[in-house]
Design a protein around this ligand. Structure first.
Ligand SMILES: Cc1cc2nc3c(=O)[nH]c(=O)nc-3n(C[C@H](O)[C@H](O)[C@H](O)COP(=O)(O)O)c2cc1C
Length: 160
């Protein structure tokens, strides 16, 4: 889902998405994830350039999750799970998201500078958020690969 409608996202929906992310489990219950909600077009333009993908500037909102590495021993895992929770809640609200990976290094340094994220906070992605322009493609039963399920051991019987 990389094409967004112009329709603005309700403030309540943004809050619900963040609430779901905040309620995701964290290592040792550190609860160190914080959030930046970016709506400003000039900032989105800069993020898009830093991230190298156009859809970043076209989404109504860019949500950024950042975890305090002074409080979490596993900030990247916390962030990945919180992102997943945010994505599921967004889809419940008919909102589309796409995980835009931000690798450590040049891209992350640019994003950190643009958003003025403190050095002790880690982030792993940008999460564009908005109503999909087109009906999102649904996964189908045919895509479900039962052959990837192993029972009891890797080489065990293929069905329970
Ligand atoms: C860890 C991770 C990193 C991803 N990084 C990017 C990315 O940098 N750019 C992008 O366009 N999509 C990225 N995606 C989105 C996947 O490409 C997308 O989920 C996949 O194409 C399947 O599409 P669907 O989620 O609509 O089924 C990423 C997804 C994950 C889970």
């Amino acid at each position: 889902m990389r094409e967004f409608a112009e329709e603005p996202v309700l403030e309540q929906s943004v809050e619900d998405v963040i609430k779901a992310a905040q309620f995701a489990p964290t290592a040792r219950d550190n609860r160190a994830v914080e959030f930046i909600v970016v709506r400003d077009q000039a900032i989105k333009d800069r993020l898009s350039e830093a991230a190298g993908q156009d859809f970043v500037q076209k989404a109504p909102i860019i949500l950024v999750l950042a975890s305090d590495a002074n409080k979490s021993v596993l900030p990247e895992f916390d962030l990945a799970l919180a992102t997943g929770f945010a994505m599921i809640q967004a889809s419940e609200l008919q909102l589309g998201t796409v995980w835009k990976n931000i690798p450590a290094g040049v891209q992350a340094n640019k994003v950190r500078e643009i958003l003025q994220i403190p050095d002790n906070f880690k982030f792993i992605n940008l999460l564009p958020l908005g109503y999909p322009l087109n009906e999102p493609l649904q996964h189908t039963e045919a895509e479900f690969e039962k052959s990837k399920i192993h029972y009891e051991t890797w080489t065990g019987p293929k069905k329970c």
